[in-house]
Design a protein around this ligand. Structure first.
Ligand SMILES: O=C(O)CCC(=O)C(=O)O
Ligand SMILES: [Fe+2]
Length: 351
């Protein structure tokens, strides 16, 4: 078996437990009231808003069913992802990410400075995507990120684009429900995404001979507004349960999407909702695939708690920050192993 590369070894306290706790009670929300009525039925929508509100508050994580994304499209995407990752490393590296444009193939991502046992393929929802040239506050230059053009599998780009469009529709519906659950206008968040910087990611976690030492993806919170995640039948995603701070496994459900609240909803809601830590454990025998859309706003968005949610008794808990600068700083931190800590939203917390 040989020795594991030390870059992959997690600190003792971050390794997986030997016995796995399967999540009990992770909320599963049926979104059919959004689709089944010509005219939305106000009381059914009200019920959904309540469910989403409690799920955001108690878990920060939930699953949705009857979400409107065609299963055939999901299947087509999954097949294409398998074909892409099954290629030789040499082929995959033809569409490798580089320090300037962080899209395409990448197999050396580090989370909290430990290498993840995985490979990814990143694709922008909007091509090109406008972002700041660098994270320097005084530099206003903007550049364009664009998508790679893999030659294989056939129609890969079109399949991904079609799939992202469906996930986006779901994302905006969820944002409306979340806005209503916070007591603000349903469309309150929409304007932030006009020039979105959202990223779609395909993940492949190869079998790992050291599942007790390495993780497929180290513990982290998602930076954007929300994440729509699809996992295959091989379990691996663990969530840090709020009530007891236990790592619990999210049981795969092929008909559901997993939704998690990202850091931006935490800031916009002034901590009414919190993003939740999660990670991926690996398996010594089985490979695992997942994919996700991270919904990110326009680069020029000034992120701060919604005015409607702050007042004298409940003042803003965050200093405003520019999303584009944050994103660019975060990306450069993930690109290679670094000594300093990667940028996090708590760096903007008012204490
Ligand atoms: O693969 C998974 O289940 C989770 C992936 C994830 O959390 C991420 O890429 O941010
Ligand atoms: Fe994540």
């Amino acid at each position: 078996m040989g020795e594991i590369d030390p870059a992959f070894v997690q600190g003792q306290e971050h390794r997986r437990k030997l016995s796995i706790t399967e999540a009990q009670g992770i909320p599963e929300i049926d979104l059919s009231p959004l689709f089944h009525h010509q005219l939305p039925n106000p009381s059914a929508i009200e019920g959904l808003v309540k469910e989403i509100g409690s799920a955001c508050k108690e878990w920060g994580f939930f699953q949705v069913t009857n979400h409107g994304v065609p299963p055939s499209l999901r299947h087509k995407l999954d097949e294409a992802s398998r074909l892409f990752f099954a290629q030789s490393l040499e082929e995959k590296k033809k569409v490798a990410r580089d320090a300037i444009t962080p899209t395409g193939y990448h197999d050396t991502e580090h989370t909290k400075n430990v290498r993840d046992w995985k490979e990814v393929f990143d694709f922008l929802a909007k091509d090109p995507t406008l972002v700041p040239l660098n994270s320097d506050k005084n530099d206003s230059q903007v550049i364009q990120w664009s998508n790679p053009s893999p030659q294989y599998p056939p129609h890969f780009r079109d399949i991904i684009k079609e799939y992202i469009e469906e996930l986006e529709k779901l994302a905006y519906k969820l944002l409306e429900l979340i806005a209503l659950s916070l007591g603000v206008d349903a469309k309150r968040f929409e304007g932030f995404f006009e020039d979105q910087t959202s990223v779609f990611r395909l993940n492949h976690y190869p079998p790992c001979p050291y599942p007790h030492l390495a993780l497929g993806l180290g513990r982290h919170k998602d930076a954007g507004a929300l994440t729509i995640l699809s996992q295959d039948e091989v379990q691996g995603l663990e969530v840090l349960r709020k009530i007891d701070q236990e790592w619990v496994l999210v049981k795969p459900n092929p008909n559901a999407y997993i939704i998690n609240i990202g850091d931006l909803i935490q800031v916009w809601s002034n901590d009414v909702y919190e993003s939740v830590e999660h990670r991926v454990i690996v398996n010594s025998k089985k490979e695992r695939f997942s994919n996700l859309l991270g919904l990110f706003p326009s680069h020029f968005t000034e992120v701060k708690p919604l005015e409607e949610l702050i007042n004298e008794e409940n003042p803003s808990k965050y200093r405003a920050f520019n999303w584009g600068k944050f994103l660019v700083k975060r990306k450069s931190g993930n690109f290679k192993k670094k000594n300093e800590e990667n940028i996090q939203i708590y760096h903007y917390k008012i204490t």
